[in-house]
Design a protein around this ligand. Structure first.
Ligand SMILES: Nc1ncnc2c1ncn2[C@@H]1O[C@H](COP(=O)(O)OP(=O)(O)OP(=O)(O)O)[C@@H](O)[C@H]1O
Ligand code: SF4
Ligand SMILES: [Mg+2]
Length: 366
């Protein structure tokens, strides 16, 4: 990897451990006469070798945040402000050539649907080789060897043969592994995973989560993992950030946040889960009411209409994010007392394979 496509060494020496810093990210889309305020001042940072899970209801801005890191939004209809630093690079200032170098080699993305990332008319091996040679990482012959190594690494059986398979010749789980191999082919330091397991059945989901965790440790990857599955978030993440209406409303260590949510929205999410209204892999959840219209956000707290703790002050102005007992919380009246969500979650989480122990013994299926 050349120095341009591998800034992490430089970045880590200047800012030890910090791979990603997002500051005051705002993303708006022009949709006809309306302006959709999809992301409204997100701050996030992620250390080397760490995983952050981003959770929240549909439309809360998780994918828009992730896609901003690779600048994947349509430029003509998108207004984007703030700062996204990956290593030493300011992503929002990259020109076309630097952006092409950045994508794949510094940060890359895996999706819920591998067919979005894989080209149906080329074998997966050809796509990996093309990506590596386009980035100038090695010769074609070396790239083929590396493609086979990568297939081995993501546990695709008979890699020498399978590397020549087309995406449609693979099962869903194997295609997901092939997409991970492609995403990792240029040795990125940051992997963005947008609901990578949602479309898979439960056993395969667990295998893919395990694989991501293994790869993270082996490659010192930093991962942002978007999920609707709180159980999956706890399994893979060091930190959890909860999004609502384009803002992060709570962030903290995965264990602590599960044990003691401070924001009423996080609490409602966990309780709806704890009361068994969802099964593993289902989408989030039954909280009364609906999120606000992103083209007409209220001046006060966006959760106020649905919040049992709301008071007059909540309607007047926007709560800022503040530290409460080691968690960052955006709420005027955070929950102080400990609530036994963790116990309730454990009880409701009946699927075998969601504890670390069972995950390690999950059989591989293809
Ligand atoms: N290119 C776009 N143009 C207009 N609106 C968009 C565009 N992309 C996203 N949006 C809107 O931005 C909001 C946030 O979308 P986003 O995809 O980030 O939600 P999400 O949290 O990922 O939801 P889900 O869990 O359903 O994937 C939504 O209202 C969506 O319709
Ligand atoms: S600021 Fe008020 S309305 Fe918003 S979550 Fe906190 S208590 Fe509820
Ligand atoms: Mg999404």
């Amino acid at each position: 990897m050349n120095s341009q496509t591998s800034p992490q060494g430089v970045a880590e020496s200047r800012d030890p451990g910090m791979r990603l810093r997002i500051k005051q990210l705002k993303v708006r889309f022009q949709a006809g006469a309306k302006q959709i305020h999809a992301v409204n001042g997100v701050d996030l940072s992620l250390g080397a070798g760490k995983t952050l899970a981003l959770i929240g209801e549909s439309g809360s801005g998780k994918s828009v945040t992730l896609r901003s890191i690779l600048r994947l939004h349509p430029p003509r209809s998108t207004l984007i402000e703030g700062s996204i630093r990956v290593g030493e690079q300011e992503v929002l200032e990259l020109g076309p050539a630097a952006l092409a170098n950045f994508r794949g080699a510094v940060a890359s993305m895996i999706f819920q649907e591998p067919l979005l990332a894989l080209d149906p008319v080329y074998s997966v091996g050809e796509q990996i080789v093309e990506t590596m040679t386009r980035h100038g990482l090695c010769s074609t012959a070396e790239a083929w060897k590396k493609a086979i190594d990568l297939f081995e690494r993501v546990r695709i059986p008979s890699p020498e043969r399978r590397v020549h398979a087309y995406p449609h010749e693979m099962s869903g789980g194997m295609r997901q592994r092939a997409m991970i191999a492609l995403a990792l082919s240029c040795n990125p330091s940051l992997l963005l995973a947008d609901e990578p397991t949602t479309a898979l059945d439960a056993t395969v989901q667990i295998q893919i989560l395990l694989l991501l965790r293994e790869l993270q440790a082996a490659m010192n990857l930093s991962i942002i993992f978007v999920t609707h599955d709180i159980g999956a978030a706890v399994e893979v993440a060091d930190e959890i950030a909860v999004m609502y209406a384009g803002r992060i409303v709570e962030q903290g260590s995965a264990k602590q946040l599960m044990r003691s949510p401070k924001h009423p929205y996080t609490y409602a999410l966990l309780m709806s889960r704890a009361h068994g209204s969802l099964k593993k892999g289902e989408r989030l959840p039954a909280i009364g009411g609906s999120p606000p219209d992103l083209s007409r956000l209220p001046k006060g707290c966006a959760f106020a209409e649905r919040c049992e703790r709301a008071r007059d002050a909540c309607l007047e102005s926007q709560p800022e994010i503040e530290e409460h007992q080691g968690q960052s919380v955006r709420c005027f009246f955070p929950i102080e007392k400990h609530v036994p969500t963790e116990k309730l979650l454990q009880q409701s989480y009946s699927s075998p394979g969601t504890s670390s122990q069972t995950m390690h013994h999950a059989p591989l299926s293809h």
